[in-house]
Design a protein around this ligand. Structure first.
Ligand code: SF4
Length: 238
């Protein structure tokens, strides 16, 4: 095993496209795990997912969307009306305020519809590049980049697809090595792999289907860092 550890460190980066295809075969159902029925719901769910799990968001959103099914309904609410519906989530007061502000902007500037361009999306309150890319990718398969969350960051580093720690730079690295039509699915595949096999603390390298090409296999525990702690002002940009 010691020999394996020594040689593993000298392995080249995993070949991006073939490795992604193998990962997709391991996770053929990879998809966005935030429950939603339309772009408005996905946008809201993504804003709510900051600093919490998709599972927790999915428990909260049915009541939220039952009461506020679209931007016009939510725009008429006050943040205090929304708070009880999302109170199980961290930073729920701030998130309630963000959702109402977002809904009002959608009504005022876009007729209640979610715009389809990065420029228009990031101009909305509480919406940053990552949130916009989730919506553009999942709803219309037209992302402007790769969504880099903690799983994508960690696995990209373990596969040596990036040497960076900054999510913005990691996104740039991934966009260079992956074809544009893979940008959306790539993030879902890596997130699935991170949630099911390539865990942060104890990655299951033994049971991983790409351990023959992964340069960090069997020595990955200390590879891949958490993203910098998010400032409250940018919390919704996840
Ligand atoms: S589980 Fe291990 S072998 Fe698989 S991608 Fe993660 S670090 Fe590499």
């Amino acid at each position: 095993m010691a020999t394996k550890k020594k040689s593993a460190g000298k392995k080249p980066p995993a070949p991006p496209v073939p490795t992604l295809e193998r990962l997709h075969a391991l996770h053929p159902d990879a998809h966005c795990e935030l429950d939603h029925r339309n772009a408005f719901q996905l946008l809201c769910a993504t804003v709510l997912s900051a600093q919490t799990t998709d599972v927790a968001v999915n428990k909260a959103t049915p009541k939220l969307f039952a009461k506020y099914p679209d931007a016009r309904a939510l725009a008429k609410a006050e943040p205090a009306d929304v708070e009880p519906l999302v109170s199980t989530l961290g930073f729920f007061r701030m998130k309630s305020k963000s959702l109402v502000g977002l809904a009002r902007a959608l009504v005022e500037k876009h007729g209640g519809q979610v715009p389809r361009s990065m420029v228009e999306l990031v101009a909305l309150p509480g919406v940053g590049r990552k949130t916009a890319n989730v919506v553009l990718g999942v709803m219309w398969n037209a992302p402007d980049g790769v969504v880099v969350d903690t799983h994508v960051q960690r696995i990209s580093q373990r596969l040596k697809w990036t040497k960076n720690d900054d999510p913005v730079k990691i996104e740039q690295d991934l966009c260079k090595i992956l074809p544009r039509d893979k940008w959306d699915i790539a993030s879902h595949i890596l997130i699935f792999h991170g949630r099911r096999i390539c865990f942060a603390r104890k990655p299951n390298c033994e049971g991983c289907g790409i351990n023959d090409v992964c340069p960090s296999a069997f020595r990955a525990e200390n590879v891949g860092r958490k993203p910098p702690r998010l400032r409250l002002a940018t919390l919704s940009d996840r």
